[in-house]
Design a protein around this ligand. Structure first.
Ligand SMILES: Nc1ncnc2c1ncn2[C@@H]1O[C@H](COP(=O)(O)OP(=O)(O)OP(=O)(O)O)[C@@H](O)[C@H]1O
Length: 257
């Protein structure tokens, strides 16, 4: 049964993404693994939300269910006002293409297109024209100005990650899902990416959900949600790296995170 629509804050004002009682159980040949256990979460519009937790706590599963890349065993997920369970496969594909941005480790860059073509592809597909000022700012800040004519196989892993970032930010989708966006960047390039993500939230009202293991990366967010054993166990508002680290130690005493 699909639960009723989540309560709304103001008429016409939905969270950017909503999880209600999301449960995901994997069947491993008769052995059941509960990856998510009745998780409910409102991802606020125009906020930068980080998801943290020990390895195996369910972070990726939560993000995949919220982004329509995986379907829950029970419970429901919404993007804006749309219940993902009510969409056909085609509608879900269009939703992911037009309304959601992805910054994932598996970059999904198209190897035969140039960097510039990759960055502008979602807008081209949606028949939209990029804002030239924002395009320039994204390209310059991410250090891609000299790489625009290259193709992804000619770039390092970190450069490819920055192209994926530029592509998601340029399109200004309703929500961006980022999985370890600074995972293979050095600390300076990582800080630039995080500052740009933060700036897009503060100046453009972008909504971002980021999975990270890094307390410093999480400190750029407005809010950090902590998962352990498939459940939300705590959250911090306006986090600092030290407070994030304290929370991580509490929920991951083995230092696995
Ligand atoms: N396809 C699958 N089949 C079986 N079990 C799975 C599958 N995907 C995830 N799991 C299990 O579900 C749990 C949550 O996995 P998930 O990848 O969401 O955790 P995570 O917090 O993102 O971990 P990490 O930080 O290591 O990436 C783990 O116990 C994992 O082994």
């Amino acid at each position: 049964m699909i639960p009723a629509h989540p309560p709304l804050g103001r008429p016409g004002h939905h969270p950017a993404a909503t999880a209600r009682d999301l449960t995901k159980i994997h069947d491993m040949g008769g052995h059941q693994v509960t990856a998510l256990d009745r998780v409910s979460l409102d991802v606020h519009q125009g906020h930068f939300t980080a998801i943290m937790g020990p390895s195996g706590s369910g972070k990726s599963t939560l993000m995949h269910c919220l982004a329509g890349l995986d379907s829950p065993s029970s419970g429901a997920a919404w993007i804006g006002e749309v219940n993902l369970a009510e969409l056909s496969d085609r509608q879900l594909t269009l939703m992911r293409r037009d309304r959601i941005g992805f910054i994932f480790q598996a970059f999904h860059l198209l190897p035969t297109l140039t960097v510039m073509e990759n960055i502008t592809l979602p807008m081209t597909l949606a028949g939209k024209r990029p804002d030239q000022r924002w395009l320039t700012e994204v390209i310059v800040t991410l250090g891609l100005r000299d790489r625009l004519a290259h193709r992804p196989p000619q770039l390092s892993g970190g450069q490819q990650q920055r192209v994926a970032c530029a592509r998601a930010l340029l399109n200004q989708p309703e929500i961006i899902f980022a999985d370890e966006p600074t995972g293979n960047l050095d600390s300076r390039a990582g800080a630039e990416v995080l500052r740009l993500l933060q700036e897009s939230v503060r100046q453009l009202g972008q909504s971002i959900v980021m999975v990270t293991h890094d307390p410093v990366a999480a400190s750029y967010a407005d809010r950090v949600v902590f998962l352990a054993d498939g459940r939300i166990v705590d959250e911090l508002q306006q986090p600092t790296a030290d407070r994030v680290l304290d929370c991580m130690r509490m929920f991951d005493p083995m230092g696995d995170a």
